[in-house]
Design a protein around this ligand. Structure first.
Ligand SMILES: Nc1ncnc2c1ncn2[C@@H]1O[C@H](COP(=O)(O)OP(=O)(O)OP(=O)(O)O)[C@@H](O)[C@H]1O
Length: 245
């Protein structure tokens, strides 16, 4: 279980995250939904433990242990992995080398091929290089395959569809299903309704706090009603007026 307890992160005297509290359980997919600039990526950096984002108040608790003082690599060793918004690029490294972590992961050909098929690539990609000779969408798919093979305990996917065409929503759904079947806590950062709908639970973020949480369909409707034409970015207001602190 991953718990976020009263996280507050301030930049330029602004509360980018504002006493944010949430609980994430194994084998479940969570969508963090919200407009540009509401704090979605910031939350993922706090969970990852990026050096630049460890000056927060509150606690991140993973399987009962406070991990606030742990670095990115220490958290990664505990099984917390982030898929970046930008597709990966590694000069001189083949897809096969990338997926097997340079040979450290002992994987059969079948396992590699099967995982590539989940992300919609065939085995001819194994000898290709993970550089600009692959399209952004192809590199994104390779990265998702790599995350499946690593089997993280927590998978944070920042805009998993960036650089991928609309036809590939099914592929993203297959990836999320595979990760949650393996027992991962999957947290997807998105502003796409189709992706939020794939989750078991959704959180709507605004002004660095959770404005609403619950069934994805419900939250998506709430998001559409409240945020689509929002004129007061990061100043959450409900129909009843300003939200209290
Ligand atoms: N170092 C910083 N100094 C000042 N403001 C910052 C800093 N880092 C982030 N912010 C601000 O914090 C807010 C939240 O940023 P964040 O990247 O988390 O938003 P987001 O919800 O992921 O947005 P997007 O959907 O555009 O990626 C933004 O208004 C951003 O400008």
């Amino acid at each position: 279980m991953l718990e976020v307890k009263g996280i507050k992160l301030v930049r330029d005297e602004r509360e980018i995250l504002n006493t944010l509290t949430a609980t994430f359980e194994s084998g479940r997919v969570y969508a963090i939904l919200g407009n540009n600039g509401v704090g979605k990526s910031t939350l993922s950096y706090v969970l990852m433990g990026l050096e630049s984002h460890r000056d927060y108040e509150g606690n991140v608790v993973f399987d009962g242990e406070e991990i606030d003082l742990l670095s990115v690599s220490e958290r990664a060793r505990k099984g917390i992995t982030l898929g970046w918004q930008e597709p990966v690029r590694f000069q001189g490294l083949t897809v096969k080398e990338y997926l097997t972590l340079g040979g450290k992961l002992k994987l059969s050909k079948e396992e590699l091929n099967e995982t590539l098929s989940v992300v919609g690539l065939n085995n001819e990609y194994l000898d290709r290089f993970v550089d600009e000779s692959l399209s952004g969408g192809e590199r994104k798919r390779v990265e998702l395959a790599s995350i499946i093979l690593i089997s993280p305990k927590v998978t944070i996917l920042d805009e998993p569809d960036s650089g991928i065409d609309i036809m590939s929503m099914e592929m993203i759904e297959r990836v999320l299903e595979r990760l949650s079947d393996k027992g991962s806590i999957v947290i997807i950062i998105t502003h796409r309704e189709e992706i939020a709908r794939m989750a078991d639970e959704a959180f709507l973020l605004c002004g660095g706090r959770i404005l609403a949480s619950g069934e994805p369909e419900e939250i998506v409707n709430f998001y559409r009603k409240l945020c689509d034409n929002c004129q007061h970015i990061n100043e959450p207001i409900t129909e009843g007026g300003q939200i209290d602190d």
